[in-house]
Design a protein around this ligand. Structure first.
Ligand code: ZN
Length: 139
């Protein structure tokens, strides 16, 4: 399995994710959230930023179900779902991640036929893989 590659700008995202928190880099000057993390605000050009905690909620904006040919480790896990999720707290930000039945569940734990665009999901962190995931939000 592939592990996240972090850099100085993105390291806080992963540090908070490992604590179960979805935080988004936010400009300290104009308070505009941005993703992916980067040194400078594209709106006001400030280099000051904070990591604002979000609700961790979002909606499926799009998704794919990868099929072989894939890297061998992933081919063995099909079918699984990779979702593009629009954040409830910052709708212009969309994050990509695996959609699974529960935090830490196997990649193929949620049948792709149950996935719907617009469905509510919640951020989760899989300690085993070190990856951010999405799980269905049940209210
Ligand atoms: Zn700004």
């Amino acid at each position: 399995m592939l592990s996240p590659v972090t850099d100085a700008d993105g390291a806080p995202f992963w540090r908070y994710a490992a604590q179960g928190e979805l935080r988004v880099q936010t400009c300290a000057g104009c308070e505009t959230p941005r993703f992916p993390p980067r040194p400078c605000c594209p709106h006001c050009h400030s280099f000051e930023s904070i990591w604002r905690r979000t609700s961790g909620l979002g909606r499926i904006w799009s998704y794919v179900v990868p099929h072989p040919p894939l890297l061998p480790d992933y081919a063995a896990l099909t079918p699984y779902t990779v979702a593009v999720v629009e954040l409830a707290d910052a709708p212009h930000i969309r994050l990509v991640g695996n959609l699974v039945a529960a935090p830490g569940a196997p990649l193929d734990s949620l049948a792709p036929g149950r996935v719907r665009i617009g469905a509510r999901v919640r951020f989760a962190y899989d300690e085993g893989s070190g990856l951010a995931q999405w799980v269905p939000e049940r209210s």
